[in-house]
Design a protein around this ligand. Structure first.
Ligand code: G3P
Ligand code: MG
Length: 247
């Protein structure tokens, strides 16, 4: 499976223009012409995969406590901003498929829940995208989660996510049979970019919210960027670099 890698990913759904990790955000990204959207997936107290970034509810909703200890009946009654609900993963997938968006599904397990989160996301993803021309891109900071995704849904491309890229990153990419390296734009080095380029591995950097930083990163060889500033970069979203993921 091979597909074009967009230059821009709307970060956490709609970036800073919509409540993060909501369907309103995904819809907005599509309306603004983005070809790809990144969102975070964690398990609820009932084991349902949902879109949310933090392990706790306070920052992004009017709820309190741990996502992983909150039953669905309570979780889905919460306000995630502007009257939006926390979406189920299945609803985010439906939105991405409806709008033709490439989904970067970041597996974001609550601490200690790496295995069940990855198993659930991998199994569901394999089914959701079974007949899809363009597969999603699964990523995670959890190498255990990526290992599980590799074993349960090998056909779905994987990106290895690091805040600071370790010296042995290439061995990790190879072991996980990943197609991309995702990392923090603040810390990416020219050595890593050169090694990635020499090995044909695209580097995707988060989170880039100024034109100056974007220009510099693209010039240095970064392939794609995650942004919260959909307003700044909407005009560039249709430009593909001609790179392909997955061979
Ligand atoms: O996947 C890229 C980026 O989303 C990783 O950081 O904390 O925003 O999930 P975070
Ligand atoms: Mg994320």
């Amino acid at each position: 499976m091979s597909f074009p890698l967009p230059r821009w990913f709307a970060h956490r759904g709609g970036g800073s223009l919509a409540p993060e990790n909501t369907l309103a955000g995904i819809r907005l990204a599509a309306r603004m012409g983005f070809a790809a959207v990144e969102f975070d997936v964690m398990l609820s107290g009932d084991g349902t995969p949902v879109l949310i970034h933090d392990e706790t509810l306070e920052r992004t909703t009017n709820g309190r406590g741990l996502v992983g200890e909150t039953p669905d009946a309570q979780l889905f009654a919460l306000d995630a901003g502007d009257g939006e609900r926390i979406p189920r993963y299945v609803d985010a997938v439906a939105a991405c498929r409806e709008f033709g968006l490439l989904a970067n599904v970041e597996i974001k397990p609550a601490t200690g829940f790496e295995r069940p989160t990855a198993e659930t996301v991998a199994r569901l993803s394999a089914g959701f995208w079974q007949d899809a021309r363009v597969q999603p891109l699964i990523s995670s900071f959890s190498l255990e989660a990526l290992e599980i995704a590799r074993d349960l849904a090998p056909q779905i491309p994987r990106g290895v996510l690091f805040e600071r890229v370790p010296a042995d990153w290439l061995a990790t990419v190879r072991r996980l049979q990943a197609v991309a390296l995702h990392c923090d734009a603040e810390h990416v080095s020219d050595d890593v970019l050169a090694e990635a380029q020499a090995n044909g591995i695209p580097v995707l950097c988060y989170t880039v919210n100024t034109e100056k930083a974007a220009k510099s990163l693209f010039e240095r060889g970064v392939s794609a960027l995650f942004t919260d500033r959909l307003d700044l970069f909407a005009a560039e979203t249709s430009a593909y670099k001609g790179l392909h993921l997955g061979g």
